[in-house]
Ligand binder design. Structure first.
Ligand SMILES: Nc1ncnc2c1ncn2[C@@H]1O[C@H](COP(=O)(O)OP(=O)(O)OP(=O)(O)O)[C@@H](O)[C@H]1O
Length: 691
């Protein structure tokens, strides 16, 4: 049934095929190894068993929690470019044959929490279960590794349960309107009035448009789970600060705030602090004294730190049997949280805890498997979906009339903020981000051609010039685009290097460095992180701004590639190697921590790291810079092309506050906008359709 060039393949031929796919870079060696191990453990090295296991493993390596058999390209499931490696499968026989494999099980009806936890117990991602349970689960047309099936079903079950729960006493508006007994109704109405007064104080009447930030606070005040999403500068932090204030006015709560990376946690802390200051200046009636705002927490940590890493293990101190001690958990940059991490987080939440997720559903999905935030928001992509009960409650609290729909999935728990207060509606970066996010290529072209001073297009070469041909701030000519980008980067980085040369305080040097960043779509190649870093080092050296004679040199920016809990450094943390002082030229790596203090580490003690004049767009999530230059590859490989999607471009653009520069070519840019990253997952269906 598995054929290549019209010939049915034997097991040995399939094993050879897997080796060839690895040699060609079309399959990971881990995926091949996984397939062979599974075949050995299950004493079944049938061609189908080998192929299916390799495909499921490859899906996971590409961050898909499952293999969706409906979207499998039967004529060439590995997407091989070599004729010999293009196998084909028969649709009709495939499902039945997979179901008949001894290694494949079917979903157990209503898995209990214990069973789900056992199924998803921490092991290495590709470890094969030694339990009698089947290592693969076929759920309809989706094939999972058992562990990931456990993660997905547990996350769906826990989120749905949280979503369905109203906060006792907060269902006041609905109760006040609906038919409840009179005592309840009296206290409910009193509570409603209190909440209404607080909401009015926090959100003074505007211009008559719906105030979605107010809706978000009203919604989140009554639900155990609230998800507030929106693009950059739409006021997520402002909104959540007001929400925390409102909740704390009603009941004292033990609150923790987290983000997936150290950088994002530091930014959350800064944003909350700034938001508190702004809020204090707007409170007028005395209903909320400034001291109440001061009392709000502002310290944020990483998810890993919250859950308590156990050194040398991939388990955490907090889990179902040792839950966290808190009443409310706020998770920022939730789009970066992967499926296994979301499972661990939900597992560690105590009963009766509120969970608030903040993030931008349109950003790149997590680096590891899943696209949890996008799945959570999937059912409300076309607009809000509030039940009649929720609309009644929101009307009672905010006076806003909203059109109800039939209750669906997480509809009552979601609020999307769409108006950016950071980008002027008529300014280039906001316009470009909007057009890219909508996949509107014609509009994208118009925005580039408009000649906004905030946007600069650098063409890869004359042959490819196009996108910004008609605008003044356009560069073309073979190789000139890259030269222009390197020169521009050297000008920008020259600022912090000159501050270093005059022994400015490290905080000042880091602040200047963080004003600009080159972001790359890929790691390798001349236009990737590796090539651009080398080119910038060479150019800065020619200008005499750095002296890269050794691995560590004064002014070398560093990005950390792994977590080191002992040192307090985390994957994605960024610092600079600087002399200790004007008198002491010995070098120390300097990092600003989430509480604003400076961490100094001897370079030799740093965990794995890389130079960071250029970094990947993926690693830039949760950060923002005044100016961003994006470098796209010239001739991306098929694997690179698949990563070059709309979310990547959107994420890069929205890291920039004042200026966005793009080095690319029109065809590539357009193709990327057309390509949406879809992760094979059953989570959205489970959350929104209950299966
Ligand atoms: N309703 C509003 N009216 C006017 N300005 C606002 C409003 N809400 C937020 N802002 C301003 O917009 C800016 C961004 O707000 P905020 O930091 O809350 O957004 P965010 O969505 O959290 O941003 P980020 O994308 O950086 O996470 C801030 O300067 C804030 O003062």
């Amino acid at each position: 049934m598995i054929e290549s060039m019209g010939k049915t393949l034997s097991s040995d031929e399939v094993k050879l095929l897997l080796s060839q796919l690895v040699q060609q870079g079309e399959l990971g060696s881990l995926d091949r190894h996984f397939a062979l191990e599974m075949a050995r453990l299950h004493q079944d090295d049938s061609p189908l068993m080998l192929i299916i296991c390799a495909l499921v493993s490859r899906q996971l390596s590409a961050q898909h929690p499952c293999l969706d058999l409906d979207s499998l390209v039967l004529a060439n499931p590995f997407g091989s470019s070599r004729g010999r490696c293009r196998i084909s499968l028969e649709r009709d026989a495939l499902l039945a044959a997979i179901a008949a494999l001894d290694a494949v099980g079917m979903p157990e009806p209503a898995l209990t929490d214990e069973q789900a936890s056992a199924a998803s117990a921490p092991q290495s991602a590709h470890q094969i279960s030694s339990a009698p349970n089947k290592p693969l689960i076929l759920d309809g047309k989706r094939l999972y590794l058992r562990r990931y099936y456990g993660f997905e079903t547990a996350v769906a079950r826990r989120l749905s349960a949280l979503a369905a729960e109203d906060i006792a006493g907060a269902d006041i508006a609905g109760a006040g309107i609906a038919d409840t007994d009179s005592a309840d109704t009296d206290s409910a109405v009193a509570g409603t009035i209190n909440t209404v007064a607080l909401l009015d104080e926090l959100f003074p009447a505007g211009n008559g448009d719906i105030d979605w930030q107010k809706i978000a606070v009203a919604l989140a005040s009554g639900k155990r789970l609230a998800v507030i999403t929106g693009g950059p500068g739409t006021g997520k932090t402002t909104t959540v600060t007001k929400l925390l204030l409102l909740l704390m006015k009603q009941t004292p709560l033990k609150i923790r705030m987290v983000a997936p990376t150290g950088k994002a946690a530091a930014r959350l802390s800064e944003s909350i602090k700034a938001s508190k200051q702004r809020l204090k200046a707007t409170l007028e009636t005395g209903l909320i004294p400034p001291a109440d705002v001061d009392a709000l927490p502002e310290e944020a940590s990483t998810l890993h730190r919250l859950l308590g890493v156990i050194p040398g293990s991939n388990r955490f101190r907090h889990h179902k049997d040792n839950p966290l001690e808190l009443d409310l958990l706020l998770v920022d940059e939730a789009s970066m949280v992967d499926l296994p991490m979301m499972h661990r987080l939900l597992d560690a939440l105590p009963k009766d805890c509120r969970l608030i997720l903040l993030g931008d559903q349109d950003q790149l999905a997590s680096v590891e498997a899943g696209a949890v935030l996008a799945d959570i928001c999937e059912g409300a992509r076309q607009g809000y979906r509030y039940s009649a009960k929720q609309c009644q409650r929101l009307y009672a609290l905010t006076g806003t009339v909203l059109q109800s729909t039939e209750a669906a999935g997480l509809g009552d728990n979601l609020c999307t903020l769409t108006h950016s207060h950071r980008f002027r509606a008529d300014a280039g970066i906001g316009q470009l981000a909007l057009a890219v996010n909508a996949g509107d290529k014609a509009r994208v072209g118009e925005v580039w051609r408009h000649g906004y001073s905030e946007l600069t297009w650098l063409s890869h070469g004359a042959a490819n010039a196009g996108q910004g041909d008609t605008q003044s701030n356009t560069q073309s000519g073979k190789g000139e685009g890259l030269n222009a980008l390197i020169s521009l980067a050297c000008d920008a980085y020259g600022d912090y290097l000159q501050a270093m040369a005059s022994f400015a305080p490290p905080e000042d040097i880091l602040e200047r460095y963080n004003r600009f960043r080159v972001l790359c779509a890929t790691r390798s190649g001349e236009y990737g992180v590796e090539g651009i870093n080398l080119a910038i080092i060479a150019a800065l050296s020619r200008r005499g701004l750095i002296q890269p004679k050794q691995e560590f040199f004064a002014g070398r920016p560093i990005i950390i590639q792994s977590n080191d809990y002992g040192l307090g450094l985390f994957n994605g943390d960024i610092g600079i190697v600087l002399p200790r002082s004007a008198e002491d030229p010995r070098l120390m790596a300097h990092f600003i921590q989430s509480d604003g203090s400076m961490l100094k580490i001897l370079p030799a003690r740093l965990p794995s790291h890389d130079t960071c004049f250029a970094m990947t767009v993926h690693k830039s999530q949760g950060s923002e810079f005044s100016r961003v230059a994006l470098s796209l590859p010239v001739n991306p490989s098929p694997a690179q092309q698949s990563l070059l999607g709309r979310e990547l471009i959107y994420t890069a653009i929205t890291r920039a506050k004042d200026k966005f520069i793009c080095l690319g070519n029109e065809a590539l840019f357009e193709a990327a906008i057309d390509r949406r990253t879809e992760r094979a997952s059953g989570l959205a269906k489970r959350l929104w359709q209950g299966n």
